[in-house]
Write a protein that binds this ligand. Structure first.
Ligand code: ZN
Ligand code: ZN
Ligand code: ZN
Length: 369
């Protein structure tokens, strides 16, 4: 049994315990996790059908059938559908083959296109469709040592890319030019980006999800570099805040120190058995006590693995206890509209008595470049 077959086995055991008849994964990271292959299908239907017992099957566009036959999972049952016929006949045949009875529960990939789910619902009106996200998260969120080795490698690569990017900072460079450099540096290492580089100069740093654009770097600007890449399909994701020359705003150094303290408060608090929301609260308390609670505009972090954002989410209301092997970001920030922003993000993995950062640690004082 290879790793992928073992994952299918674990999924099926869980499905049996929960009374789930079938789980349908779309061509997403869920499919990558279970089969070692993903194919978005370019709007066409792509599905991995996993029954509670027995062999899984692929239903894919006929042109992708040769690839579906050669995944590391090793699925012999592949149905390729032709554009002129559509995929409904294959889905019908498979549901019959798996004897999915009236009222059965079918879990569906959270990212299956709604047009495909609506098709399934009209084909099988008596079935109970529910999201597969929670069940898949229970399988994926604690990583094996082999998966963590990939996370470590992705982290090592992106830490090096960040150092190279610092060397590119010069007056007049645009955010997009720096983003292009980051992409080329990632590719030069034989890797690929895990998401589009997020580069912010000056007041743009006050928008957590600023759209990297044509703003030019000026002396005194803060610079946020939020970047990630892949190793064996596992993602890295870091954010660093530096200043280009002496900070223009007198509060930059102080705000950086507060975010740094919040980042470490979360890391020092996180350990097996500690809840996700308690980790969020640890970071938030530092920022709130310093008077910037309103300026911390998002949750403290997100899980990461094959997907850059995946469970567990480090957020108020999530009482899931951390377990060894979980990997997540710790990325508190303070955003002051019209002025600047600071975010510090490392990825950590839960170990027996705390967490270990897969990334190099940032200095306690903001770097002046
Ligand atoms: Zn984000
Ligand atoms: Zn992140
Ligand atoms: Zn990030």
């Amino acid at each position: 049994m290879n790793d992928f077959q073992a994952r299918i086995h674990k999924l099926q055991t869980t499905m049996q315990a929960q009374g789930v008849a079938l789980t349908l994964l779309a061509g997403t990271d869920q499919m990558r996790y279970l089969s070692g292959w993903r194919e978005g299908g370019h709007e066409r239907f792509v599905g991995l059908f996993v029954p509670a017992q027995g062999e899984p099957a692929f239903v894919v566009p006929a042109m992708n059938a040769p690839q579906a036959q050669k995944t590391p999972l090793g699925v012999s049952h592949v149905r390729g559908w032709e554009d002129q016929n559509g995929w409904h006949p294959d889905a019908k045949a498979l549901f019959a083959e798996y004897a999915i009875g009236e009222g059965a529960t079918v879990l569906v990939d959270d990212e299956l296109l709604s047009v495909h789910l609506l098709g399934l619902q009209s084909l099988f009106p008596s079935l109970h469709f529910a999201p597969a996200g929670d069940l898949m998260a229970s399988l994926r969120q604690s990583k094996t040592p082999a998966e963590i080795a990939n996370m470590d490698e992705a982290a090592r690569l992106i830490d090096a890319v960040f150092e190279e990017a610092l060397g590119q900072l010069r007056e007049g460079i645009t955010e997009l030019e720096l983003a292009e450099f980051v992409l080329s540096a990632i590719r030069a290492k034989g890797s690929a980006p895990s998401f589009d580089p997020l580069i912010c100069f000056g007041a743009n740093c006050a928008l957590p999800h600023h759209h990297t654009g044509n703003t030019r770097l000026q002396k005194g600007d803060t610079v946020i570099i939020d970047i990630g890449c892949l190793a064996e399909h596992y993602a890295s994701d870091i954010t660093r805040t530096v200043c280009f020359g002496t900070p223009r705003d007198p509060d930059v150094a102080k705000v950086y120190q507060i975010v740094f303290a919040a980042h470490w408060a979360a890391r020092n608090h996180a350990a097996p058995g500690i809840t996700c929301e308690a980790v969020d609260a640890a970071a938030r308390e530092v920022i709130t006590k310093a008077g910037y609670g309103e300026a911390f505009l998002h949750r403290t972090g997100h899980g990461i693995g094959i997907s850059t954002h995946e469970p567990p989410y480090i957020v108020a209301g999530n009482n899931l206890p951390l377990q060894e092997g979980m990997c997540f970001s710790v990325e508190p920030g303070i955003y002051l509209a019209g002025r600047f922003g600071v975010r510090i993000e490392n990825i950590v993995t839960v170990i027996n008595d705390g967490v270990r950062s897969v990334n190099a640690d940032e200095p306690a004082e903001i770097r002046i470049v």
